[in-house]
Design a protein around this ligand. Sequence first.
Ligand SMILES: [Fe+2]
Length: 290
Amino acid sequence: MDVTPLAEGFGAELRGVDLIDVAASDAAYRAVRALFEEHSLLVFRDQQVGDDVQAAFSRAFGPLERVKVGSVGTGTFYSRLNNLDAEGRVVPENHRQVWRARANQLWHTDSSFKATPALASVLSARTLPGAGGETEFTSTRRAWDRLPAARQERLRDAVVTHSYANSRDQIHPELMTPEERAALPPVRWRMSWRNPVNGRRALYVASHAYAIEGMGDNEAKALLAELIAEATAPGRTYLHRWRAGDVVMWDNRATMHRGRPWPLAEPRIMVRTTIQARDEDGLRELRPAA
Ligand SMILES: [Fe+2]
């Protein structure tokens, strides 16, 4: 296996790995898992990936999340991110699928708004537009490391509230259905997520985060915006330009990402599988005291 770093301090492309082998071989899984823990973002090129291979690979890392109510693929393991309607036609500009794509263009970490947050996401390219549609990443582990020690001390165990509505309402007031709102009440997490394998902390905030316990609303929003801006400043991100056959996996504990726009007349079809975090992934420590 050949490991090529992608960005300053995070991300690696792995060559000589077939995802189906990771699903089938414990030794291959352990090698990739160690690189995942270290690099936070893994890129695999030239894969032959359909839903089954993607799920089998993902499942090696932990239990798969079921797609939530209100998303395409609801109830299955496959979140279908595309700009198509139910008949497979490219949707017009003012369509829910386009609002969803815009919401994905806010800096976020997947599933921080869920009762069980995500360890990792696996995204495969199925149909790509001729231009745009990149995915941009940053390391929130690096962001944490850049904070002064006194600030780390103050923020480490701060309790942050995350809600899907906070990010979706920034895009369109009708993006979330009443069923989604009812199914996704706000959740609370500590502001840093400690990786139990290497002991490194990462800042755990995102577009879903909106309140901090013991802090006024405006002050909390300003602090969250500042932390996200610092984490995603120019020179601190990696822009993944998708090619056919690409599969990208990231650690939602230690990264944020955002989609980038593309010409909306062109189809873009991506499939995401998401692995739930477990206590052994550091989830126990992330939970605030009741
Ligand atoms: Fe995402």
